[in-house]
Design a protein around this ligand. Sequence first.
Ligand code: BG6
Length: 527
Amino acid sequence: MDDMEDLDLNLTQTTRMFTKAELCLWEPKPEPCGLVIFGASGDLTLRKLIPSLFHLFSRKLLPENFYVLGVARTEMDDEKFRSTLVTALGDSVTQEKEVFSDFIRRFHYHTCDYGDRGGYLAMKKLLAELDGRFGVQGRRVFYLSTPPSLYPIIVRMLGEAELNQPPGDNRPWVRVVVEKPFGTDKPSAQQLNRDFHSVLDECQIYRIDHYLGKETVQNIMMFRFANILFEPAWNRNYIDHVQITASETLGVEHRAGYYEESGVLRDMFQNHLLQLVALIAMEPPSLFSADPIRNNKIEVFKSIRPFTRATIDRDTVRGQYSAGTAGGKSTPAYRAEKGVKGDSTTATYAAMRFEVDNWRWAGVPFYVRSGKCMAERVTEIAIQFKHVPVSIFQPIPAEQLAANVLRFRIQPDEGITMSLEAKYPGPKLCLGTVKMDFNYQKTFSMAQPESYARLLLDSMTGDQTLFSRSDGIEECWQILDPVLNKWKKDGEKGLHFYPAGSWGPGEADTLLSRDDRTWDLPYDSLG
Ligand code: BG6
């Protein structure tokens, strides 16, 4: 990193070519700025934001001139807020003592009722003082980590207090990062977009999807567009179908209030899983930068065949966990969890079959499933190729030569694996399936950085590539709204119960067996 600091790399304007090795050492460093976290006493701040900021800080990726202002309703002073950092960071506090003492002095706290104008004016004064003290020249990131119902009022208040600096040449930038869920359906997302746009320009809005910050998810684009080998086969001529699984062993935990309203479609599909579909299905963008990538993803969303009442019944399956053992722990039924209604019809599992109606993907279904309290924690994308057209290895028929499968293992044991047919040692016609494996841990011997670290850094450097644009969010709701409405109307009818610790309801198997297919097993179960 140090070697690169004086390079002042401006990738879009420079004429100098940088080597790949140089780029591996280089991260753009944000300009001096302050980070204001709304919801600073909340779980996300403690579990994700503070550890990610410390990770960036200890690697010298944050500017020297930097501070954090925590804002929340909870009464606290700076000292008390700082003590929460000690809890959030655990052992790192003692392991990196000096770094921590430089880090913690930058943290301040402001108690504020989110709807109180006076609280924002007082915050404005405090920010001006902190800006001066830390020399950040008015550049600010506001991070909305509150319950989503508070987003409209916070954004309006930022506007009323004139804390929303519109972008302009000589003005310090102001950006707003907003957590998911962004709306609960298309109309509410449109309204939220209007609320944001009445105060901020789209280029100031960073709608976060932490999946996009995962190294393995970012790698899908590198894999597809930095290698020549796969792109020619990346279409309906060679690919039979695509499967995406995001299964968790945890249940609803302490989030019943949120989850009861949200359910798996709003929680996982509208954002993370449709983003994975888009990364697999998108056309090559003209450049690895925000708008070309977001435009092409949105084209995918627009090509997804709209669900009708009939296709919802046929192509979607919803489930809810009943009591069982998941992740080695005895788990109560969802309906018996604290804060969940005894007759709740909230889906904790869904499996869906998407058709992407464009030239590349027509006739190639994307099967996507996700659930809580399942057999294993795994997120994996399996690209199932077609069988060879004819077998020369008689008497083995072509269908018995296993089709190639390319698996992106998003987590855990991050990696990519390709299954191939190969000759087994011994008899002349002995064939079997072998794996070509790339494993992050083995290759790079380092832990995966927390996805929030990537996204926080990008919001400070002004790179929106890994954030959703307003129209993208609305398109995703457009796909799911008919399903959400029908499921709500159907109530318990069509809700399938699955024991905690299983792979979900059997009806999800039918979704594939109807097409003569089966769910792929996570690749570590394949031996
Ligand atoms: C969050 C959802 O966005 O993603 C959670 O709200 C879910 O319900 C989580 O558990 C999964 O993220 P990860 O990174 O653990 O796969």
